[in-house]
Design a protein around this ligand. Structure first.
Ligand code: HEC
Length: 174
């Protein structure tokens, strides 16, 4: 009689006795490595650092990274998009032509908003005898989607931190 009652109790106690140290062990393991996922992410991102694009600049006044004449990916992309869309009028390196103004000079006076407004909506100079037209690029995806990068490139040129010609890339993918 006593035997048949004590057997399930005994089983329950021993199950708990096994469970408790098990939980304690799991807690210990978690405490030893509080953020296993974060630690893994950190180590894999540091492994990829060499191959990934260079970090984006954070200072709005200096929207580019230039080190030893090498530029971050965005500034380089801006250089290329400038070449495809703006160079034919504004000349190589943003330096202006007989037709369109020197943008390295313009950006010393213009805000980023004014720059964007001019590029998106275009402008027509009606004060001179010749009609020089800045086309509206608001419907040109290659310009609209890369306008931050084009601005970054021209701003680096305007600030005098980037020379003429094709810049080299900080990530080494020249
Ligand atoms: C078809 C020729 C042409 C192309 C292409 C062109 N521009 Fe212009 N841009 C002009 C002309 C001309 C002006 C001057 C208009 C005026 O004085 O009203 C101008 C003016 C500007 C201005 C104002 C400058 C200032 O000092 O006020 C900015 C900024 C500008 N362009 C940026 C760009 C960018 C960026 C691109 C390429 C995405 C580009 N332009 C492509 C002809 C062009």
């Amino acid at each position: 009689m006593t035997f048949s009652i004590s057997a399930p109790i005994c089983a329950r106690i021993s199950a708990r006795a096994l469970l408790l140290p098990g939980l304690a062990l799991a807690a210990l393991l978690i405490a030893a490595n509080p953020h296993p996922a974060a630690a893994q992410a950190a180590s894999s991102s540091s492994q990829n650092q060499g191959a990934s694009q260079s970090a984006a600049p954070t200072d709005p006044e200096r929207p580019y990274i230039v080190k030893d004449g090498r530029v971050d990916f965005h500034t380089f992309n801006g250089y290329r998009r400038y070449g495809d869309n703006c160079l034919r009028c504004h000349g190589p390196d943003g330096a202006g032509s007989s037709y369109a103004p020197d943008l390295t000079d313009s950006l010393k006076h213009m805000t980023k908003e004014q720059f964007e407004e001019t590029v998106i909506n275009g402008r027509k100079n009606v004060t001179t005898a010749t009609e020089n037209v800045m086309p509206a690029f608001g419907t040109v995806p290659d310009v609209v989607e890369n306008l931050d990068d084009i601005y970054a490139y021209l701003k680096a040129r305007s600030d005098g931190v980037l020379g003429r010609g094709r810049p080299k890339r900080l990530d080494g993918e020249d």
